[in-house]
Design a protein around this ligand. Structure first.
Ligand code: SD4
Length: 344
């Protein structure tokens, strides 16, 4: 059904419409769409983060500054999932991934970054001050320190230490064969749900349009809790965890990064919007692609996308029920929405 729509004459017409909007965007003069600032972000941490972004957007600031300021709120807060207070990898180290992309196709990213409080700002420096897009590990940390970011002490937060100790106990008690069955032989990765029954989610992704009609996005995470040391997910990968095309829209992903990477998730959603799909339909079509690949294993994972198009329309879709996101604009007061999902 969706594929039929994409290849129809109607789809082509819609795509042309998007191209016309694009003339005002990337590479050309600033768009003169006005009065349309909007920001959306993943999970419930979005509410505080959107407020941070809105302080920039409501003063006619750039979307790029807004998406950096917004997710910094989450990075600085004590939580399980983003920033240095987050849960560690399975060796007990917090390793952070982040990326950022603006309306000009500029992008920057850091992966496997340790002991730096604001990976999103380091990602922005990579974008603005290096000839590269991505720095990882020790090199990313060296760059951050050279740029004046303080090197923090690397201790786990009290909460993360407690969770890690608990996790270590459980991993000792889990027979390896069951671990292999549950995780495809890749060893003791994070549980899909936390002890309190909530999804084990580890990311904030944010996309915004400013009053000039220009788009930007950011994504920052500690990755999946108790991941293997050195593992990168989708969040630092431009096109997977985040993609912005100022002619079309901006998209970010959350959930099991490996399955987002497999379909170049955020880029795929942007391309589907370019072909005329609404943000929600585009997110849904990308989720369906993952479901087709994963088959029955899709029941065991969560992936969700949020999308914003050039008209300021938003949408989201997830594999599993329970994914939420928040929207702030002149007309939406940081309302939290439950995304539609493939499995009820
Ligand atoms: C990752 N996508 O590292 C991130 C984790 C996440 O909800 O978003 N969890 O794979």
């Amino acid at each position: 059904m969706l594929f039929g729509k994409r290849s129809s004459a109607h789809g082509v017409e819609e795509a042309r419409g998007v191209e016309e909007v694009g003339v005002l965007g990337r590479g050309g003069p600033q768009s003169n769409i006005t009065g349309h600032p909007i920001v959306i972000a993943t999970w419930d941490t979005a509410v505080a983060a959107n407020k941070g972004a809105w302080e920039v957007l409501s003063r006619n600031g750039r979307a790029l500054d807004a998406v950096e300021a917004g997710v910094k709120v989450t990075e600085a807060s004590m939580n399980c999932c983003v920033g240095l207070g987050a849960n560690p990898d399975r060796d007990g180290y917090v390793t952070l991934d982040a990326c950022i992309m603006d309306d000009q196709g500029n992008c920057g990213s850091v992966g496997f970054l340790e002991r730096i409080k604001h990976p999103i700002s380091v990602a922005r420096r990579v974008m603005e001050r290096t000839p590269h897009v991505m720095l990882v590990g020790v090199g990313a940390q060296q760059f951050a320190v050279a740029e004046g970011f303080p090197l923090e002490d690397g201790k786990l937060s009290a909460e993360a230490q407690k969770t890690y100790n608990e996790w270590l106990k459980k991993s000792e008690y889990k027979p390896v064969i069951n671990i292999e069955r549950g995780n495809g032989g890749h060893g003791p990765f994070a549980p899909m749900r936390l002890d309190n029954g909530e999804w084990n989610h580890d990311t904030i992704g944010m996309v915004a349009m400013d009053a000039a009609g220009n788009l930007s996005g950011s994504c920052t995470t500690s990755g999946m809790a108790f991941k293997m040391r050195g593992r990168l997910g989708d969040s630092p990968i431009i096109g997977a965890g985040l993609f912005v095309d100022n002619e079309v829209g901006a998209v970010t992903a959350t959930g099991q990064g490996e399955d987002v990477i497999r379909i170049c998730g955020s880029h795929t959603v942007v391309e589907l919007m370019r072909q005329g799909l609404s943000p929600e339909d585009a997110c849904k079509a990308a989720v369906e692609r993952i479901i087709r690949i994963k088959k029955d294993k899709a029941k065991e994972i969560q992936v969700a996308f949020i999308a914003l198009n050039k008209k300021g329309e938003t949408g989201a879709y997830a594999i599993q029920k329970g994914f939420i996101y928040a929207v702030k604009s002149n007309t939406e007061d940081n309302k939290v929405y439950a995304a539609k999902s493939w499995y009820a």
